[in-house]
Design a protein around this ligand. Structure first.
Ligand SMILES: [Zn+2]
Length: 360
């Protein structure tokens, strides 16, 4: 079945809701980001009463966002709901952790083609789908595969406009809420697995402050999993099937995990700190050189600091310290290559000169 509205669409193998409620989250974010008032149609409670709050949060979080007027009608309450419970499932650490934690309650996993994997990457999506299908079989859950262009980079409604209204990281939770409402006939509750731990929270498209506000009286949307990543990994390492089928990487569409990017390396470090010498999901060995060469940014460096309190071997922990140090000093990472070391020297001299000028 396919639902569509003004350039946006969602496709799934199962019957979907016959209202346009699935369009409301993205239309609201689009309105805040562009400054154009939103016409949102008919919205059921309690979402109808919370739309102004959602708008105000987005207006504060999106660069250039504004608290535009929202035009909509309140639908009557319709609390009757199906009994199913779903989890958005990509096959990464966060979604696996929510699956293990709520395994007795969850009925079905939702895998979306068009979110982190572009619609054009059909071969790689088949690989990702087969990994997720194994997880569904292992845990005895139904798998529902959805295709959609709710990711604005995928949508013909936006690609002709030169730029999308705001970055994906600021609205991926709204897109998930849209899919959750489109699949309303199959569930009364949907889990969104958290990306960030409670100590790392920042404005983001999926957030414990924001996600539950998309709920209606017949569908509860639950933001789940504020535990630290290393604590999630500790709960997962007792499942060999999970370690073999993990997919955490966003950098490669050639294989499930590249084994070299920041997220792959951070996950490998977490596993190593927990005593997992090697994980079959990652194609490369974890070495101090690989760790030291990671270029961290201001957001992920916070996630790396928790590794300093872990039981990593000294060589790897020193490499983690070096990668964090490079980021904090505003220097390129250590790769051992002469050209990169010269760049480090140049940036170190420039930073020292700036510090001297600021001091006097
Ligand atoms: Zn990777």
């Amino acid at each position: 079945m396919k639902v569509s509205d003004r350039g946006l669409w969602i496709e799934s193998p199962i019957p979907m809701a016959d209202s346009l409620l699935w369009t409301v989250p993205l239309r609201l974010v689009e309105a805040v980001a562009t400054g154009r008032p939103a016409e949102l149609g008919t919205v059921p409670p309690p979402l109808a009463d919370r739309l102004p709050e959602i708008r105000d949060i987005y207006a504060a979080w999106i660069k250039g966002g504004s608290a535009v007027p929202l035009i909509y009608n309140r639908a009557p309450s319709a609390p009757d709901a199906p009994q199913g419970v779903s989890l958005f499932f990509s096959g990464g650490v966060d979604s696996y952790h929510s699956l293990v934690k709520h395994r007795d309650e969850i009925d079905q996993l939702i895998l979306v083609h068009g979110f982190d994997i572009p619609l054009t990457e059909t071969v790689f999506f088949s690989t990702a789908e087969s990994l997720v299908r194994r997880a569904a079989q292992t845990f005895g859950k139904r798998l529902i595969v959805v295709r959609t262009n709710l990711h604005w980079d995928e949508s013909t409604a936006f690609t002709g406009q030169g730029r999308t209204p705001c970055p994906w990281v600021m609205y991926y939770g709204a897109a998930m809420a849209g899919v959750a409402h489109a699949l309303a006939p199959i569930h009364r509750k949907v889990y969104f697995a958290s990306t960030y731990a409670y100590g790392e929270l920042r404005p983001a498209g999926s957030h414990p402050l924001l996600d539950p506000l998309w709920s209606t009286d017949s569908l509860a949307i639950v933001h789940d999993g504020g535990e630290r990543r290393i604590d999630k990994l500790r709960d997962l390492i007792v499942y060999p099937d999970i370690l073999a089928n993990l997919r955490v990487c966003w950098q490669s569409f050639a294989r499930p995990n590249c084994g070299r990017c920041e997220k792959c390396v951070r996950t490998m470090l977490g596993l190593r700190a927990l005593g997992v010498e090697s994980c079959p999901a990652f194609p490369t060995p974890l070495t101090p050189d690989l760790v030291r060469s990671q270029a961290l940014d201001a957001i992920v460096v916070m996630l790396w600091r928790e590794l300093l309190d872990s039981d990593l071997p000294a060589g790897l922990k020193n490499a983690v310290r070096a990668a964090i140090g490079s980021c904090e000093a505003g220097l390129p990472p250590r790769t051992g290559k002469p050209r990169q070391e010269l760049r480090r020297l140049y940036y170190a001299s420039r930073n020292a000169a700036r510090a001297l000028r600021a001091a006097f």
